[in-house]
Design a protein around this ligand. Structure first.
Ligand code: ATP
Ligand code: MG
Length: 338
């Protein structure tokens, strides 16, 4: 566990509570807490020392709360901790399921059957730090931010997405890109997508330009089952997906290395929320749902489903009265063990 900063501490405690409640008695859970994040950086100047990176490698999975605080210069913890972990453990799949839960504040409330998952590439695209600036700070400045797309990187995420689509009842996979304008990267993605599709004849495939996809996320979200897309488009689409399906307090995610070579990491999509930290106001549901993703990744499917059912029931029973972080965690723990 890396509880991290702000409400990260509060929500990870609830995630652990529910994890303990859902696991069968014969499963022995061992956890270790890593003190990483803003406080550690202030105390020691360290973000993620190699010794701790090596220690983290020995675990089956990582549960992260949130990293970041306004007192730390922007980029220090993102690059020194979050991106360092992502590249060291080769988390090339960023998984974000979106389901329309009951009783949630969403512009799409009452729409039937919104249940899709975005498979976002995690290690390439414009997020590799490949680029630069010439004549910086002058009126003639030129800045480039190169999008890196390798056949190796695209194929492995596309394969993962096809496998996920095949395992779901609707078996539909949509590739989202912008290959009419970003022709080089776009054609690499489309060619690999079409080639791998031949191995999955029972998966229905679709292609959408990213601008069209944003429209359909709002107007026809039920048309999506599994979506595969690059790092940048995925970043934007997954926040949109969270907003239209119930808000940031419910959005769970996984940074996954499906090969099992390194531990995968699960975390709520929201940040450390310094505005409400320490007040017991944070909704731990996104973290609890991240625990469900963690369990499913490790093969505990029935426990994962019990957590998701518990969240569904808890949300359906909400009557608008305020509950503390702890109270929501307790209620979910009771539901998964009952
Ligand atoms: P980061 O840069 O770390 O991603 P952010 O600026 O995107 O942070 P968040 O920390 O995600 O912001 O918070 C955005 C808003 O959502 C804040 O007003 C915060 O209080 C609220 N919020 C975030 N997570 C939760 C939660 N679990 N429960 C309730 N409110 C939340
Ligand atoms: Mg954010």
């Amino acid at each position: 566990m890396i509880p991290g900063d702000g409400i990260g501490q509060e929500v990870v405690a609830q995630g652990l509570k529910v994890l303990n409640a859902v696991l069968p008695a014969d499963v022995k859970l061992e956890t270790k807490e890593y003190d990483l994040g803003a406080r550690r950086w202030h105390r020691t100047g360290e973000t993620l020392p190699d010794a701790e990176l090596d220690a983290l490698k020995t675990h089956d999975a990582i549960l992260l709360g949130a990293i970041g605080d306004p007192s730390v210069p922007s980029g220090v913890l993102e690059r020194g901790l979050l991106l360092k972990l992502r590249f060291a453990f080769d988390h090339f799949i960023n998984l974000r399921p979106s389901k329309l839960f009951p009783n949630t504040a969403t512009p799409l409330a009452g729409r039937p059957d919104i249940d899709f998952v975005v498979v976002r590439e995690g290690t390439e695209g414009p997020y590799t730090g490949n680029g630069g600036s010439l004549r910086t700070g002058t009126p003639a400045e030129v800045a480039t931010e190169v999008s890196v797309n390798t056949a190796y990187g695209v194929e492995r995420v596309v394969r993962d997405a096809f496998a996920r689509a095949q395992a779901r009842p609707r078996k539909k996979l949509t590739l989202v890109h912008k290959n009419n304008v970003l022709v080089f990267a776009g054609h690499l993605w489309k060619n690999i997508f079409d080639t791998v599709a031949k191995e999955y004849p029972d998966v229905t495939t679709d292609y959408l330009h990213v601008d069209a996809a944003t429209i359909f996320f709002v107007t026809q979200p039920e048309r999506f089952d599994v979506i595969v897309t690059d790092n940048l488009f995925g970043d934007i689409l997954t926040d949109l997906a969270a907003a239209v399906t119930g808000g940031i307090g419910l959005a769970a995610s996984g940074n996954i290395n499906p090969t099992g070579a390194f531990p995968s990491m699960f975390e709520p999509v929201h940040g450390s929320a310094p505005d409400i930290a320490g007040q017991g106001k944070a909704d731990p549901t996104a973290t609890v749902l991240s625990v469900a993703l963690l369990l499913r990744h490790l093969g505990y499917e029935s426990e994962a489903a019990r957590i998701e059912d518990a969240v569904q029931a808890d949300l359906a029973a909400r009557d608008g009265s305020a509950r503390t972080t702890d109270e929501i965690g307790d209620a979910l723990a009771v539901r998964v063990s009952g």
